[in-house]
Design a protein around this ligand. Sequence first.
Ligand code: CAA
Length: 286
Amino acid sequence: MHPVFHHIGIVGAGTMGSGIAQVFAQRGYTVSLCDLAAGQLEKALSTVGKNLRSDLDKNRINAEQREQTLRNIQTFSDINALANSDLIIEAVSENFESKKEVFVSLDQTCSDHTILASNTSSISITQLASVTQRGDRVIGIHFMNPVPVMKLVEVIRGVHTSGDTVATAIDLLRDLDKVAVVVNDSPGFVSNRVLMPMINEAIFCVFEGVGTVEAVDSVMKLGMNHPMGPLSLADLIGLDVCLDIMETLYTGFNDSKYRPCPLLKKMVAAGCLGRKSGQGFYQYSQ
Ligand code: CAA
């Protein structure tokens, strides 16, 4: 447990928010998880419960640890309930306007010492910080999906982020047994500047009939030793998230090399968002 930061707030109880809630709660932090949709909060608690059940079945935790972790997570629909948190991680949809609303509101209600972090995959931390009066205490803390499994957390330093804020983020992540890699603010940072164009290119291969979905994934899995193919990974991340990130790269750099594949746009318009909607490049039973 971090010596000072004990109370973690999380805004957005989707896939990432629930994973982040789980890893902090497992380490004994008090977690306040906030979402406007009650159904989303229920789903998040159910996912955490299921993950902990799996850990229990594998004898990695005991029943008391499972119960305590669940007790460490409280849910709220009012963002003001997070005001006394030491660190708040925003994990709402990958859209600047939605995130801006959250940051403006948190900046007004939170204690002076509260660090405001975004789990954004690609949006500028400097721009988010600019809507607050605490640019030195705004940072990117970008977890990877699935959060309980992936070691890496990309820590993004905005122009005004202080050294103390970066050091606190690194200490907290070390306590979660994660490895923090610090990078500077730029569209897509490092992770998605490298990953997303690869996924987008894989979609172009299908769009242009160069290979089937299975062929493209097999080439990358068996030929490059990736744990899953890029199209399967796109389904895991969510095709809407992939499109949002490509749009951020495209507009952020004004460079046509980042143009999203028309097939990606079409699938998102059709509601084929990957695992979460039951249909993406592959079909999933809900
Ligand atoms: N939540 C919690 N745990 C999960 C999980 C989930 N959603 N999915 C899998 N796991 C756990 C399993 O329980 C299993 O745990 P144990 O080894 O402790 O038993 C372990 O992960 C391995 O799972 P499986 O055996 O079922 O399957 P696998 O070996 O194929 O691994 C995987 C699954 C971990 C997802 C692996 O395929 C993988 O690493 N894929 C790549 C994931 C990746 O690249 N993530 C980054 C995405 S990019 C991103 O997140 C950033 C962004 O901004 C878009």
